[in-house]
Design a binder for this molecule. Structure first.
Ligand SMILES: *Cc1c(COP(=O)(O)O)cnc(C)c1O
Length: 487
């Protein structure tokens, strides 16, 4: 059978959508039931790529398939390879869960299928972007004039922010990079924290700036030394400076010393960009903001996302640009077919992409569901769970917590009497993953292998951490005792 032709009567069309969406809803609720109610279901994938290829692949058939069957097939075929990353004991990468209101809003976003190109493409999207911009700037305590763009991810937010930084810095030195390109442009003294996420270096590469980067050393928490920055600026007087630091180093959760760094760079007429993929949300907690994020409002640009710590579904990133004029100047938008009333918000005049998903609806829903206090509580709770894990594991013989737990990242090192601690840590990680009660992956921090935990899920409880500790201890003890068998 093939899909109904587009000329189908309205009632047939409606019943097609009704039937397929109800089917999708049933599958979704069953997935969530398993995720949250079936405690022994492994968190990691249960099948192999070969199984997935057999189920998903083969030649694309000449004929179509009824929509409802497609949905059933998709669910069956992906099952062996889905990672239950919404579960409270999934600690891999930095991956949040999804708040119910945000998930529902995401479904509606697909239903509405708005084109976010300019105001008239979707007034609802344009105004929701305006509202989310104001809410976020207020919630995070940024400069009130800050201009915001919504992107697919933190990486795209870095690219967008650094495009603005490049334009603005070179314009101050008499060069319009948007009109003239980079050939013959003044050099930029780009100083980056050596531990900064590759999202930053990749964006600089894309912008043709990788040859101008100097990496500055970072300490055990991943923070630059203010004196190093001062010396690197002084070494090249008169050269435009771009400093890239971070809030929430990917391994340790460490935060650069924002106020002195911003003061320093601004005194030299430079631009400070911060990668804050997850860490920026700590600004919603008055305690963390005062202790770690003092001066965040001084940064010229910040890249973050909502799909990690704020618990919206993938994907949504956010770029904050403190100077709204600089933001607009970097993305001149003229096209014969675009009507750009200057009193309205035109999303593609603030972005690299033109057409895109209205990803602000799930964000709006998440912020509404949580409220200001809810965001602060989410951040505080996940930080408390991180401390719980670190404290419980620190009392286990042969386990070292490698980082000071500033935020929501914990690095565990497992030691073996034989002395090969890296290999032992890798084995503990494998066994922990196979045990299925939780999921985390190893990293290399300053040359040392560690098991890295990232707490970003709104559903993670103290019991989840207790269960994780039980499993980790058992994996570590069995492997130390030389038992190669299953956990
Ligand atoms: C995840 C992450 C990024 C990249 O974010 P995406 O949304 O995956 O592009 C950058 N920096 C840090 C610290 C991260 O945790």
């Amino acid at each position: 059978m093939t899909a109904e032709p587009l000329t189908a009567p309205a009632h047939d069309l409606l019943s097609d959508y009704d039937s397929v969406l109800r089917r999708a809803y049933e599958h979704a609720v069953e997935y969530l039931r398993q995720q949250y109610a079936e405690d022994r279901l492994p968190v990691g994938p249960v099948g192999t790529d070969a199984q997935l290829r057999a189920l998903l692949g083969g030649r694309l058939a000449a004929g179509g398939t009824p929509a409802r069957d497609v949905v059933d097939e998709l669910v069956r075929a992906t099952a062996p390879g889905l990672v239950r990353s919404g579960r409270g004991r999934y600690f891999g990468y930095v991956t949040g869960g999804t708040l119910p209101a945000a998930m529902a809003a995401d479904w509606l976003t697909s239903t509405w299928d708005q084109n976010t190109i300019v105001h008239d493409g979707s007034p609802a999207t344009a105004v929701t972007e305006e509202v989310c911009e104001a809410w976020l700037v207020d919630l995070l305590g940024l400069d009130e004039h800050t201009s915001v763009a919504f992107t697919p991810s933190t990486t795209y937010a870095e690219l967008l922010a650094l495009t603005v930084a490049r334009h603005s810095l070179l314009a101050r030195h008499g060069w319009d990079v948007t009109a003239r390109g980079l050939s013959g442009a003044p050099e930029i003294n780009i100083l980056i924290n050596e531990s900064v996420h590759p999202a930053v270096t990749r964006s600089l590469q894309v912008l043709g700036l990788s040859g101008q980067i100097t990496a500055l050393p970072s300490d055990d928490s991943g923070r630059m030394d203010v004196a190093d920055v001062r010396a690197a600026v002084a070494a090249r007087p008169g050269v435009p400076v771009l400093l890239c630091g971070h809030i929430g180093e990917i391994n340790t959760g460490g935060v650069d010393r924002l106020r002195p760094l911003c003061d320093q760079i601004h005194a030299a007429g430079g631009w400070v960009h911060l990668d804050a993929a997850f860490g920026l949300w700590a600004a919603a907690s008055p305690r963390l903001r005062a202790g770690l994020l003092d001066g965040v409002e001084l940064a010229d640009s910040i890249a973050t996302d909502t799909h990690k710590w704020l618990n919206t579904p993938y994907d949504c990133g956010v770029a904050f640009i403190r100077d709204p004029d600089a933001h607009r100047q970097a993305f001149p938008l003229e096209a014969s077919y675009l009507q750009l009333n200057p009193d309205e918000r035109h999303p593609s005049a603030l972005n690299i992409d033109i057409s895109r998903r209205s990803r602000v609806f799930p964000l709006w829903a998440a912020l509404r569901q949580l409220g200001r206090q809810g965001v602060a509580d989410l951040v505080e709770n996940t930080c408390a769970r991180s401390r719980q894990l670190a404290e419980a594991m620190a009392s286990e013989p042969g386990v070292t917590v490698l980082n000071q737990v500033h935020l929501n990242q914990v690095l565990l090192r497992f030691e073996h009497p034989g002395g090969d601690h890296d290999a032992h840590t890798e084995r503990v990680a494998k066994r922990f993953q196979q045990d299925g009660s939780g999921w985390a992956a190893t990293t290399s921090w300053k040359g040392t292998v560690a098991l890295r935990f990232s707490m970003a899920n709104w559903t993670t409880t103290a019991d989840d951490i207790a269960e994780t500790v039980r499993s980790l201890r058992s994996c570590h003890r069995q492997l130390r005792a030389g038992d190669p068998a299953a956990p």
